[in-house]
Design a protein around this ligand. Structure first.
Ligand SMILES: [Zn+2]
Length: 403
């Protein structure tokens, strides 16, 4: 603890002497909007919101409770720069420029490490993973991976083993964003069960059959896709970073929009750049959003339960929109994911070339799993300090303060 304190003081000294400025980390509070945030810090709404293009305005709505952000202040307490993470790839960078403030979207600098652990079951996979790793996220990922194929309650015995190999992003030495499962194995009644992440970003069992998950219907029938999902893309003409956290379906004004899955409506009303927006909460932490609607179907309001395929509203161009279309989003635990990867009619079986490639990938994973089983790999917290320059426009680099 003392060493930690000394390091912290040293860090501030370093920051103060070298740059005459200080970085503080804050947590985005419940119910706060981006515009409220700007007002609270007396920042110009025009250059930091109203003059932005439609996509950037929509992105500002990604800020939600619990997100950690940084403010770099000068000696006289005036704000020099702010970093607001939008997803695990991009962040808003607000910086002082010619006596005012400018807005840009820049990539987040993070490093990814592949990690693994082996656990002997004592109570349940969920509780044992939390006990070993301290991570609810890892426990949830593991349990939901096998949810549709295995029955832990019935078949699991004390002393059975599980192995998990996953990618974890780190930012400033701390785990950042959701881990990505690469392969999971659980041995029950002496039989090993696997789930593999294939190159197509879908999960398959050891036979190459897709693992059944959340199935969605197309929200607008027969509509053309006019813009696809991207978490991070550099626009070569505009020379700026962009993200489009949904899929756009171009359709005539008034075309019915249907619920992509069954669930409960959590929002039906106007919301900033989204215009008329419906949000539906589904099982397993999934949420769908339908933006720019002309109007809602009668009776669609907060709290209402809707069935997959049921009409909820009509295509329009409300909010910041250039023409009639549906902006459709899919979220898992609040994070935007690509809906086109989830929309499907039947579960996929790998065949031919695809199956061959999968079997090769599987062989490599199986060898890793065997190695971790043999070594009884235990979960270890990453202790390697990182140096991250997160205010790189101002040339500010910080050494990880964890260790
Ligand atoms: Zn869109």
């Amino acid at each position: 603890m003392v060493i930690f304190m000394i390091r912290l003081i040293m860090l501030f000294m370093l920051a103060t002497t070298l740059f005459g400025s200080r970085v503080d980390t804050f947590r985005w509070s419940e119910g706060e909007t981006y515009l409220m945030f700007l007002e609270r810090f007396d920042l110009p709404l025009k250059s930091l919101y109203y003059n932005l293009d439609k996509d950037d305005q929509i992105l500002t709505q990604e800020m939600h409770a619990g997100i950690h952000y940084q403010i770099l202040k000068e000696d006289n307490e005036s704000i020099n720069q702010i970093l607001l993470p939008l997803n695990d790839e991009l962040q808003i960078h607000i910086y002082k420029y010619k006596n005012s403030y400018s807005f840009e979207i820049i990539p987040i600098i993070s490093s990814t490490k592949t990690e693994a652990f082996t656990i002997k079951i004592n109570h349940s996979p969920y509780l044992d993973i939390i006990k070993a790793t301290g991570s609810n996220k890892l426990a949830e990922i593991f349990v939901s991976s096998f949810k549709y194929s295995l029955n832990f309650k019935r078949d699991l015995r004390k002393g059975d083993t599980l192995v998990m190999i996953y990618d974890q992003k780190y930012r400033l030495g701390k785990p950042f964003s959701m881990p990505t499962l690469k392969v999971a194995m659980i041995e029950m009644k002496k039989k090993k069960h696997y789930i593999y992440l294939n190159d197509d970003d879908r999960f398959y069992d050891e036979k190459g059959n897709e693992v059944e998950g959340f199935l969605l219907a197309r929200p607008v029938k027969g509509a053309r896709i006019s813009s696809r999902f991207t978490k991070r893309r550099y626009h070569p003409i505009l020379k700026k970073w962009k993200a489009h956290l949904g899929v756009d379906y171009a359709a005539r004004r008034g075309t019915p929009i249907v619920a992509a899955g069954s669930g409960r409506v959590t929002h039906a009303g106007r919301l900033g750049a989204y215009g008329n927006l419906v949000k539906i909460r589904h099982t397993d932490g999934y949420e769908t959003r339908y933006a720019h609607m002309k109007s809602f179907r009668k009776g669609i309001r907060r709290g209402k339960y809707v069935k997959k395929g049921q009409t909820i509203g009509y295509v329009g161009s409300t909010g910041r929109s250039t023409g009639p279309h549906l902006h459709f989003e899919l979220r898992k635990n609040g994070r935007a994911i690509n809906p086109l990867r989830v929309v499907q009619v039947t579960t996929k079986k790998l065949k031919g070339k695809e199956k061959k490639a999968f079997l090769k990938l599987k062989e490599n994973y199986d060898q890793s799993i065997d190695l971790h089983l043999k070594n009884e790999t235990i979960f270890t917290k990453t202790t390697k300090p990182d140096t991250v320059c997160y205010f790189y426009n101002g040339g500010f680099c910080e050494q990880d303060r964890l260790n």
